[in-house]
Write a new protein. Sequence first.
Length: 627
Amino acid sequence: MKISGVLFILVLFVSLAQAQSTFEIKSPDKKINFALQNKMGAEDGLFYSIRYGNQSVVEWSKLGITCNGDNWNKQLMINPGAVQLHDTTWTPVYGERNQIRDQYNESVITITRENRKFPALQLIVRAYNSGIAFRYKFATNENGGPYLHLTNESTEFNFQENTKAWFTARAQSLHQLLPLKNWPDESDRPLTLELPNGLFACLAEAEMVNYSRTKFKLNPEKENSIQTSIYGDVDEIAPFASPWRVVMVAEKAGDLLANNDLILNLNPPCAIADPSWIKPGQVMREVTLSTSGAKKLVDFAVARNIKYIHFDAGWYGFENDYLADATTVTVDPRRNPKGDLDLQEAIRYAKSKGIGVFLYVNQRALAAQLDTILPLYQKWGVAGIKFGFVQVGSHRWTTWLHEAVKKCAKYHLLVDIHDEYRPTGFSRTYPNLMTQEGIRGNEEMPDAVNNTILPFTRFVAGAADYTFCYFYRKELGHATRHIQNTPAHQLALPVIYYSPLQWMYWYDKPEDYQNEPELAFWDVLPTTWDDTKIINGEIGKYITIARQNQENWFVGCITNTEARELKVPLDFLESGKKYEATLYFDDPNVATRTHVGISKQKVDSKTILNINLQTSGGQAILIKPVK
């Protein structure tokens, strides 16, 4: 990890009376303004607002946190520290771009009260060009401690009337565009909002490592008001800080995704001294749990440039049986009645072909056997673990989960966390946590509307394991649960959906492949990028993303359940340089069973492609420089 940059300190002289005083901090580009008021009287306590230029983002909203029964939201005194400008650039181990700028203005505001029981509370505020982040921090006292019992936050987010939110009750459920009233449940995060003034906002949290997960609920006492809802109590020792509360702001919906490095920036730098063993790549699941099936998959992985194979649930018995032993190979007979899996031979064969091996382990076994299986799997030559059915939300299991990732790093094991876990930037600190589910992916066989919502919502938080299918289609014999979108739509998704580990061909098997020529696109598709450009898009309608890996550019474009024509400018290409574009598109006249057409054309930075997308369709494009 390389970090370079300059720390500029700007001293802001602030004269504050303790009643009705206002403190302000602006983003480096001066567009975003965070204001803090210490009110006394009928509305007692700390209130904040956020504006973008002259437009409202968050109206005056309450701040506060309850610790040891003491609610820090009334009769307070505030002492803002000097505003400091931080401007650094760091190089991630992998990412959506190879350089990340971390630029913000920050102030540490000390909050005190008379006859307080505890040390002063700090409100740390950072103003970025892409949004505002703030957190609560309890300092330690002279004698150490104290012990902290945190039970609630009073943090509100008040918005103008007619604001709408892309609500989703769970990490893997559908999104709905709802007004700020009559929600059926609490909403998961990140929560993307469409403001009546045309701006977009996104509520998120960062560095949620040893705390209780926050969701968002409607304020029962106010209209157009959202409150934080913490899963449960938090018990810690000072000094201790809450996760960052984040309000991203953008003029276009696509800018929320373009600026999602903000979540990473709010986490500490890489803690792994030498992360060179962390290798991104594509992964394919081994579904037979047999030695012969594993070797067949390894050969397929070599032919298709897939870096890892993965043994899913069942290799050590029924995963939900508390007696299942993840140190032994005891195949669940429901997965393979023969039980003929020689895992050591499969790993040996895979390694001889340059292919790594992932093992699935349910949290039941992880919690019981973690300190035993990690050195054992390293001895076996395993590359990584997929955590299954993890517990999320509580302080206990949140802390356990992140400690487990740290332990995996000690044994050079990569991690993919499945089910309800959603990222808050921990992969910057421990990049062996390469991806996670927390998404309505191809296991649920979602439609194209879902797929055109996710880039503006779920992917603002970070990488997601969507488990891409390709051959699992109704027209190919899968009549009950099958892919609802076109083959070209599926081809484009791994470009649009970022994940350093991409599980490909989910539900598919090597024998499903019949020399489909368009899969040459997936064969050369990287999983990490030097640069990323959001070309166009509207939430729930369409999106086009271009990503660069070395000299090549990969473009993914999808639409919802409506056919549409799009213009895609290629002005991200190097000016004056010639390129060749290979386009993969849906064409019912093509004779293959997937009906994907392929064409080539010369392009340059002045080219504007005219893209015709079928209903639930897409287009994938590979652009290479002409030598």
